[in-house]
Ligand binder design. Structure first.
Ligand SMILES: Cc1ncc(COP(=O)(O)O)c(C=O)c1O
Length: 383
């Protein structure tokens, strides 16, 4: 398989573990093993320490799948296939569902694997552009124009990274109806599920609305547990799950017992962890709102309604000045590279999402560290 370099991950490979401050990550505040074992209690702790480290079951630990199925109104545990992060869920689904020549329509910008894996399989990609001036919402008329006779799949991500937008219930319902009418799969990346700043923005998982919808989730984003590498596919159609399980024999085979155990504990304490991570993100977002206000001649943004990231726009030329015409601004890679070199502070260039003139900022981490990061960013912009 020939596949395009993953621009976002390549950026992080270069900088993520070398910089002092990273205010661009997309996950909730990191959760520690000690915190989870405290939640599990003395018995749970003992169980964890005595776990065998042999292979585990390919579809996933039954207890974990049971906890995961509680996140959906319409699914039983055997309608969940565990994967190694949402990354593997995307990889397996695209490889199983698509044939060369199929049309896949994906929101743009979007996390790259949601279109590059499909392209590597030979699908024809069409971009369903999100518009900043519409609060990064997609337009249904545009989608209708993109659907052709070979449309096999529409790919969405809500809450959305990097923009923080959340689909309206009307658009979600219309998408599901279109999927049923036109017979395509609606692949709904819901890794930020539950992370919304207004309870009215909470959507049902797409899989609960239709048999043509498949939801993807993970423990990485909401719970700050990326290191567990636990993700999953939630679908009605058992044959899709079985085909993904069978392909998984060649990719990762199974998760690890410690990861499955800790993921189960986190799900059993879901409300507590989500409330903590949402409170942290709210605090950071308020700091960032004041920061954008202070630099409003150079920065603008659409305030996120969900997720842990935003995708602000900057207006700065190569001399560090505001560009009067909005033209000749520094490329986002160069903007972020200069920031790393000057202040040891990491942002993610919009170009890694195919959109220059923007950067991604993330609200998941300790607010004290986030505040230091903003001070450094402030100094950089003032210079
Ligand atoms: C929208 C989206 N989907 C999927 C993933 C993959 O995450 P993981 O493999 O850690 O579950 C990411 C990671 O950044 C993401 O932002």
């Amino acid at each position: 398989m020939k596949i395009a370099p993953f621009e976002l991950e390549r950026w992080y490979v270069q900088y993520e573990f070398n910089v002092k401050y990273n205010i661009s990550a997309s996950c909730g505040r990191e959760t520690t093993t000690a915190e989870l074992l405290a939640m599990a209690g003395p018995e749970g702790r003992e169980k964890y320490l005595n776990l065998g480290l042999d292979y585990t079951q390919n579809p996933g630990d039954p207890l974990l799948r049971q906890e995961l199925s509680k996140l959906y109104a319409s699914l039983s545990p055997d309608q969940i296939q565990e994967t190694t992060g949402a990354s593997e869920a995307i990889f397996l689904l695209m490889n199983h569902l698509l044939e060369p020549g199929d049309t896949v329509i994906a929101e743009a910008p979007i996390y790259q694997s949601l279109f590059s894996v499909a392209e590597a399989v030979g699908a024809k990609m069409k971009r369903w552009q999100l518009h900043e001036e519409h609060g990064w919402q997609p337009d249904l008329d545009e989608l209708t124009r993109l659907i052709d006779s070979r449309a096999k799949m529409v790919v969405i991500n809500s809450p959305h990274s990097p923009t923080g937008s959340v689909l309206s219930p009307e658009i979600q319902r219309a998408l599901v109806e279109l999927a049923e009418k036109r017979g395509f799969w609606l692949i709904s990346d819901e890794v930020y599920r539950g992370i919304v700043y207004d309870p009215q923005a909470l959507l049902p998982p797409a899989v609960d609305l239709s048999e043509r919808a498949i939801s993807i989730g993970d423990m990485t984003k909401p719970y700050g547990l990326g290191g567990l590498r636990v993700g999953w596919i939630a679908a009605h159609d058992r044959s899709v799950l079985e085909a993904c399980s069978s392909m998984r024999d060649y990719t990762t085979m199974c998760n690890s017992a410690p990861s499955e155990f800790l993921a189960t504990v986190a799900l059993q304490h879901r409300d507590e962890i989500l409330a903590r991570n949402l409170a942290i993100a709210r605090e950071n977002m308020a700091l960032f709102a004041s920061f954008v206000e202070k630099h409003r001649d150079r920065l603008s943004w659409v305030k996120p309604r969900g997720g842990f990231t935003a995708f602000p726009k900057y207006n700065q030329d190569a001399e560090g000045k505001r560009s009067e015409t909005g033209k000749n601004i520094l490329s986002s890679r160069e903007f972020c590279r200069r920031l790393v070199e000057a202040e040891n502070l990491l942002l993610l260039p919009g170009e890694t999402f195919g959109l220059d003139g923007h950067f991604r900022v993330g609200f998941g981490q300790d607010p004290r560290k986030f505040a230091v990061g903003l001070k450094l960013f402030d100094r950089f912009l003032e210079k």
